[in-house]
Ligand binder design. Structure first.
Ligand SMILES: [Mg+2]
Length: 453
């Protein structure tokens, strides 16, 4: 070996963060973007040794959920992932409220991996597989199973081996005689609350009213499928299967605000089309109703993308109400918590799919858990049509999702070299002035937050 080669070998094995025990968090900043595929708040955690950790707040959630935690993290060693997670976990919640804690947990793992020079999956116990099977979600507005089937077939031609589609209320809501609904109630679901500043107090009241409509839980909506409605939904999935065949798994989502009883009627009717799972038929909080639903059908019942922490999943798993869980790492509590959730599900004979509708940062966080968890089934990929999705980061294979799989890189942390500011800045959320702006206003946020006395 000549001197130059020796030098190169030495250089390539030097950790730039060479003193992990002295690593300290110095700053936390965000970049708020839109369209990848929804809204994403990318997180950077900075350190005193030049390495930066990447995380992401859940799609559709506020950057505040992460920023409010900055003062609880400054000066800490990010390698103490579990200790810091336990400190901040009380500030997370179900749904989007889990996004701040979870996104930060991911950035801490990224830093720990970079500091010690190992991939995150290795710190979780190593790999069960080298690549991650992705399923691609396919939103469908128009009530044509044949058309949706063609779109799904195009995904199969791209290499995807696992599919998901919508099947439910809003596809048939405009067809006379398909849905029984209290007068006016369906109109509320057609409108979504606007983002951004409201002009007047009346505008705010109108927006809040829409929000309230969407927050009426399924058992209280008074909506029912008629037999005609159920026939139409069966016809839809029949047409889809006619196009895509039966060899490929097909999961079903977005059934709509219907009751347990309507969910059972639909599930039984579509059993012969062998869905991979039926997702979020009713709110996940109704453990006993989930048990009744699963007992009533052979279709695997699935939920979980809005559940925060392992203890949130435990009642459902104990009840036998689910056959597949579907956590989103950016809600569930991040990387280690989702690994624990997957292992707990495995003990109950339940598979784990992973929900993901965010940037490559969230995708890589999920992929590390996916390779390191035995009962993993498939990871959602929601950005087939986003042509700049891969360009958000450097250091990963392009495209990251190739032939329907993520090939797991063997690099420290998440495996991402950097984020690409030129790309990010072209997709800012409305009202956001810039990326990675100073967050000094959050440095001294303080409260005595012990939850017991
Ligand atoms: Mg879903």
């Amino acid at each position: 070996m000549d001197a130059a080669t020796t030098d190169e070998t030495i250089q390539s094995n030097i950790r730039t963060a060479s003193r992990p025990s002295e690593l300290r968090i110095t700053d936390l900043r965000v970049a708020e973007i839109i369209g990848a595929p929804f809204t994403s708040v990318l997180i950077k955690i900075y350190t005193n040794q030049g390495i930066v950790g990447f995380g992401e707040v859940r799609d559709g959630a506020s950057a505040t959920y992460a920023l409010m935690l900055k003062s609880r993290l400054l000066g800490e060693n990010p390698c103490d992932v579990d200790r810091l997670f336990r400190r901040i976990k009380q500030f997370g919640g179900h749904g989007r409220q889990g996004g701040g804690v979870s996104g930060i947990e991911i950035a801490l793992w990224d830093l720990a991996g970079k500091a010690y020079g190992v991939p995150i999956y290795q710190m979780l116990g190593g790999k069960f597989r080298d690549r991650v099977r992705c399923y691609c979600d396919t939103d469908a507005e128009r009530p044509s199973g044949t058309e949706t089937g063609r779109r799904l077939k195009a995904r199969m031609d791209m290499g995807f081996t696992f599919l998901k589609m919508d099947l439910g209320l809003m596809q048939i809501a405009d067809i006379p005689g398909a849905v029984v609904a209290p007068a006016g109630s369906l109109e509320g679901y057609r409108v979504h609350p606007e983002r951004g500043p409201a002009k007047t107090l009346e505008d705010r009241r109108a927006r809040n009213a829409i929000y309230d409509t969407h927050n009426v839980r399924h058992p209280f909506s008074g909506l029912h499928f008629t037999d005609k409605g159920i026939d139409l939904l069966e016809q839809y999935i029949h047409e889809v299967r006619e196009v895509i065949g039966y060899e490929v798994p097909l999961a079903i989502d977005h059934v709509g605000h219907i009751s347990l009883q309507n969910g059972i009627r639909l599930a039984r009717r579509i059993e012969k089309y062998v869905p991979a799972w039926l997702e979020d038929v009713i709110p996940w909080q109704y453990t006993e109703q989930y048990r009744q639903l699963q007992d009533a059908t052979t279709v695997p019942i699935c939920t979980g993308e809005d559940i925060y922490l392992k203890e949130g999943f435990e009642p459902l798993l104990k009840s036998g109400g689910v056959s597949v869980i579907h956590p989103d790492l950016l809600t569930s509590g991040g990387i280690l918590e989702t690994k624990k959730i997957g292992d707990m599900a495995q003990d109950h004979g339940v598979a784990m799919a992973i929900h993901m509708a965010e940037s490559p940062i969230a995708a890589m966080a999920a992929a590390h858990v996916a390779v390191a968890t035995e009962n993993f089934m498939a990871l959602e990929y929601h950005s087939v049509e986003v042509d700049w999705w891969d360009d958000i980061v450097t250091g990963l294979p392009k495209p990251l999702v190739n032939d329907g799989f993520i090939e797991m890189p063997d690099k420290p942390g998440l495996g991402i070299d950097d984020v690409v500011d030129d790309v990010i800045v072209q997709h800012l959320q409305p009202g956001v002035a810039g990326i990675w702006q100073a967050t000094k206003q959050w440095d001294d946020e303080y409260s005595w937050d012990r939850t017991w006395s």
